[in-house]
Design a protein around this ligand. Structure first.
Ligand code: DNO
Length: 404
């Protein structure tokens, strides 16, 4: 039994259509009602409309990625309980429509973060990169976050100074816009392209975290989870938190889901298996001390969804996305651990045995390079290559496991 082959689809405006997914032999669609503002309830009729579009082509709505968690919930603002109640109603509606897996993240203000969107690969492909000195340069010299310099070592600041000195004013502006807007808008980030001064608003959002340290932020996550899990239990919905990307604090704000200790905390905070994890290998690989095959086995029972991709380190806290199979991570070992987990679930008679897997991000190759129609990180050919590689790997591992 392989892992379910899934694909992130951004809805009707996506240049990759549901019919294309059928040609690519995709089984599960990962999508969201992107047009519904964060904090509001997803109506049943709208959920059912998307579901039937997907099912009419013989696929399933495999995972919701994501029902976004509002900044009000994350910072425990005055609207927190109202937004949580709406989130509970969304879970209920999804569960009643038969959709059983919901991914979310709890990263403050910024979701994923990359500094270079056109990192060169052999033969002319391009991909994404996180270069730590460039990121520090953004924080200290471009955004000029108050107090930022105090968060870094003298060496970090020196490297950042060099990175900044090498940038033209245009490059500095683009870097900032890419981090705050381009990589965030299409995933329901807090700031989209319609804002006149994104940096100003970004700094304002960051300032709401001034008094929130790691422990307090954990208590906000626990409050959220504890309010949601009873509804998830009642409606058979698995909730799965996406790790922080990169998996350590940035911009002076806490990040609390980046390593095995954080996952242990999550498990203790609420032991229900509905309180699950999205196992994003690329995100977790951003910490050199994360042992991903260990983590996949240790937390397997609560992994309800996986994002598979590989990275290569380019320096301290810096990496580029190296495709899906090859890179610093031992992808066969990780896939094997997840496939063994599925088998364990079958043997234990668990109902929720599926671990859908999507090729997360991709290198832009071939005619991905000729068009700007794909969301950043989500080109067609690079991801198609990724799912094909992962599929081959799964066929081999499945054969191996069935001979044991
Ligand atoms: C980036 C994605 C993330 C992820 C969210 C989940 O490409 O992996 O944006 O979807 O963090 O909530």
């Amino acid at each position: 039994m392989k892992l379910e082959k899934a694909w992130r689809w951004f809805g009707k405006s996506d240049a990759v259509t549901l019919d294309h997914l059928v040609q690519m032999d995709i089984e599960g669609v990962v999508t969201a009602l992107h047009h519904i503002p964060t904090g509001e309830v997803w109506p049943r009729e709208e959920i059912l409309a998307v579901k039937s579009e997907i099912e009419s082509r013989g696929m399933r709505w495999s995972v919701v990625e994501s029902v976004p968690v509002s900044e009000q919930i994350k910072t425990a603002g005055p609207m927190r309980d109202r937004h949580i109640e709406n989130y509970r109603r969304t879970i209920r509606n999804l569960g009643e429509c038969g959709i059983d897996t919901v991914c979310y993240n709890f990263m403050p203000v910024l979701d994923w973060c990359r500094t270079i969107l056109d990192y060169p690969h052999v033969g002319g492909g391009i991909g994404l990169c996180f270069d730590y000195p460039t990121f520090v340069a953004f924080d200290v010299f471009i955004l000029k976050r108050p107090g930022a310099a105090a968060d870094y070592s003298a060496e970090d600041l020196e490297q950042a100074g060099k990175a900044f000195a090498a940038m033209t004013p245009d490059e500095a502006r683009t870097l900032s816009y890419n981090i705050i807007v381009v990589t965030q808008g299409f995933i329901n980030g807090v700031i989209d392209g319609s804002v006149s001064d994104p940096e100003k608003l970004f700094l304002e959002y960051i300032s709401y975290y001034k008094e929130i340290d790691r422990e307090r932020y954990r208590s906000h996550l626990k409050y959220f989870i504890d309010s949601l899990i009873p509804v998830c239990e009642e409606y058979d919905v698995n909730l799965c938190i996406h790790p922080d990307d990169p998996p350590y604090p940035i911009l002076g704000m806490p990040r609390i889901m980046g390593c095995a200790d954080d996952m242990e905390w999550l498990e203790k905070a609420n032991p229900s298996l509905r309180n699950g994890i999205t196992f994003c290998t690329g995100s977790l690989s951003g910490r050199h001390d994360n042992d991903l095959s260990y983590m996949a086995a240790r937390f397997g029972e609560r992994i309800h969804f996986a994002h598979l991709r590989n990275t290569r380190y380019t320096g301290y806290k810096s990496f580029y996305e190296s495709g899906h199979l090859y890179g610093s991570l031992d992808m066969p070992a990780i896939v094997e651990a997840l496939m063994r987990e599925q088998r364990r679930r079958v043997a234990a008679g668990r109902k929720d045995i599926r671990i859908p897997v999507r090729p997360d991000h991709g290198i832009r190759i071939l005619n991905d390079l000729d068009c700007d129609c794909y969301n950043i990180g989500y080109p067609l050919n690079g991801r198609l290559r990724g799912i094909a590689e992962l599929d081959g790997l799964m066929v081999g591992i499945d054969r191996m496991l069935s001979r044991e």
